[in-house]
Design a protein around this ligand. Structure first.
Ligand code: NAD
Length: 257
């Protein structure tokens, strides 16, 4: 696939799924804007490495997406946005009666409101360019609920709804808007939870993964960040021009139940 000449902005992309998607889009030839809320040498080095390895232009732009004006400024500073992936996210787990208000506000701001702000600036740019792809990284939790994840499930359901609205508003433009809904994806964060789970349940690694972490994922296997990147690249292809306003589950059968 040829994404040469396109600029892809991936929010929350100095680790995990965002970095995996940025890497696959760079492999397909897109220029890349990486983002997170930090400003470290290693953040800029990630962009330099992508540029060198894939022969594309790559930059890192700091923006704290809990703030609407910074989310808008990210797209404005990039100057061009052909592909927008809203991916930044955080999690907090607590019962509704104990859920801290500041965590609720942060989760809704970073995962839902930031997508509203970035799309509001990016859609006119895409219309002007005559081509655009919006890919919102939702979750199986955008389609199903789990207890103790009120803010996360609400934000991800909100992202799915927001994606549908933007798809309808851009339906007659050469722009598509879709949500990818992964189950569990192997990232450093998930890897770091495995030793604790083994200790808590007195299980070996394989049993802890299959019976606890992947209890709801029928495939009993993680998706990889490369696979999520491959799905994002497919959504950028000509074959996907008429795919808009929908969700693509990458969840090993979770939502088939
Ligand atoms: P991660 O922690 O590796 O990545 C999250 C990214 O968001 C990081 O780059 C982080 O710096 C960034 N971020 C956090 N707060 C931010 C802020 N205020 N401003 C800007 N950036 C900020 O985790 P991940 O697993 O790669 O998650 C990426 C997305 O995928 C999230 O939206 C998450 O909900 C979703 N997701 C993950 C899984 C999984 O199993 N890993 C499954 C389904 C959905």
């Amino acid at each position: 696939m040829e994404l040469k000449g396109k600029t892809a902005i991936v929010t929350g992309s100095n680790s995990g799924i965002g970095l995996g998607v940025a890497t696959e889009l760079a492999r397909a030839g897109a220029d890349i804007v990486l983002n997170s809320f930090t400003e470290r040498d290693e953040d800029h080095k990630l962009a330099d490495d992508l540029a060198r390895e894939h022969g594309v232009e790559a930059r890192y732009i700091k923006a704290d997406l809990s703030k609407g004006d910074e989310a808008r400024a990210l797209i404005e500073r990039a100057g061009r946005c052909d592909i927008l992936m809203n991916n930044a996210g955080i999690q907090h787990v607590a019962g509704i009666e104990d859920f801290p208000t500041e965590k609720w506000d942060a989760i809704i701001a970073i995962m839902l409101s930031s997508a509203f702000h970035t799309m509001a600036v990016a859609v006119p740019m895409m219309r002007e360019a005559g081509w655009g792809r919006i890919i919102n990284l939702a979750s199986a939790h955008g389609l199903r609920a789990s207890p103790y994840k009120s803010a996360y499930v609400a934000a991800k359901h909100g992202v799915v709804g927001l994606t549908k609205v933007v798809a309808l508003e851009t339906a007659e433009d050469p722009i598509t808007a879709n949500a990818i809904c992964p189950g569990y994806v192997m990232t450093p964060l998930v890897e770091s939870q495995i030793p604790d789970t083994m200790e808590k349940y007195g299980m070996d690694r394989d049993t802890a993964i299959k019976e606890v972490i992947l209890a709801r994922q029928p495939s009993k296997d993680f998706a990889t960040v490369e696979q999520i990147g491959g799905v994002a690249a497919f959504l950028c292809s000509d074959a996907a021009q008429q795919i808009t306003g929908t969700t693509l589950s990458v969840d090993g059968g979770w939502t088939a139940r």
